[in-house]
Design a protein around this ligand. Structure first.
Ligand SMILES: [Mn+2]
Length: 327
């Protein structure tokens, strides 16, 4: 049984005709896949769609033909609605500098830190934003063609580490079941999304592992990829989202922090927390203006890395009793 979607949100997609779709900065698989699945679905219904999206997308996600139509502004000045997918806050959205008032703002997201910054919002704790997009498309009567199915698969697969995280539910698999009804290339997609890496990318992962240190009685795994290293192996385009999952593989780790220096002194911090420990890393991300979930969160940071490390160590020691009780 596929669950419904917020009625106000559904109504806007039924009644309006021209949409600008946006997502968070540095879009991941869920952001790209959700935006594309929604865009293609709306186009199938004869609606007009533009995307305003970062095009600096990881290589493994760059195969969607629809990416070529990002940032074309074909309907600029005529939008009925602005749509934000997979974007936990308005500040974190990648949006035109000037977003004229008038169009209704719709937010579809699965981050519980999302306060609902739209005029109509559907925020629900699903494994990926794409679960909500799937449900919306069903409500709108969109037939899931191969491209839409691949976009949804990509989104859910990347946000759940290949359907492994605790965020995965029976609902997730109901959706997958429907996607698998189509002739599919999901095995090939899974390979591309989770295994295949370029030479530079794989070497960069090696550098990330080299930089790994442990703190807080080995409860914190700390990885730093500095700008020079990233640049010498092909730049940020080679830093896949899953680099953030390296530290959490280390036995005994409760929190893994991965520091990526985008520009000198400017960092993107990715946090992960391990099962079964009751540690919510979105609390840390929230303090720094970012967002996310209990097990995966992120934020931008421009301060001293030693201070950040100390903050994480303190965060873990505050929870020491609860953590030790889980061993
Ligand atoms: Mn997501």
């Amino acid at each position: 049984m596929i669950k419904p979607i917020n009625e106000d949100v559904e109504k806007i997609f039924k009644e309006k005709n021209t949409f600008l779709i946006m997502a968070h900065q540095k879009p991941d698989g869920d952001a790209v896949g959700s935006a594309i699945a929604l865009g293609l679905g709306l186009k199938q219904l004869g609606k007009n769609v533009d995307y305003y999206m970062d095009t600096n997308i990881e290589k493994r996600l760059s195969f969607f033909p629809e990416i070529k139509s990002f940032n074309q502004d074909r309907f600029a000045g005529q939008y009925d609605a602005y749509v934000f997918v997979d974007c936990s806050s308005y500040d974190y959205a990648r949006k035109p500098e000037l977003l004229p008032d008038g169009p209704v703002k719709v937010v579809i997201d699965h981050h519980l830190t999302n306060v609902g910054y739209g005029d109509a919002n559907h925020v629900e704790n699903t494994s990926a934003c794409a679960e909500l997009i799937y449900r919306l498309l069903v409500r709108l009567g969109v037939a899931h063609d191969d491209q839409i199915a691949e976009a949804l698969y990509t989104a859910i697969s990347t946000d759940t580490g290949g359907f492994q995280y605790s965020s995965v539910t029976a609902d997730t698999f109901d959706i997958l079941k429907a996607l698998y009804e189509h002739p599919n290339r999901f095995a090939l997609l899974a390979d591309r999304l989770h295994r295949t890496k370029g030479y530079d990318e794989l070497k960069l992962y090696g550098k990330a592992i080299d930089s790994l240190t442990r703190h807080a009685d080995d409860r914190l795994a700390w990885i730093v990829m500095d700008e020079a290293t990233i640049q010498s192996y092909g730049g940020m385009v080679n830093v896949g989202d899953d680099v953030a999952n390296i530290g959490i593989q280390l036995e005994g780790t409760v929190v893994a922090a991965t520091v990526k220096e985008n520009n000198p002194g400017e960092y993107k911090i990715s946090l992960r927390s391990a099962e079964p420990y009751p540690v919510d890393v979105s609390l840390i991300a929230d303090r720094h203006g970012g967002g996310g979930h209990m097990r995966a969160a992120g934020f931008n940071y421009a301060g001293d890395l030693a201070d950040l490390k100390q903050e994480l160590v303190a965060f873990l020691f505050e929870r020491k009793a609860e953590i030790d009780a889980c061993d």
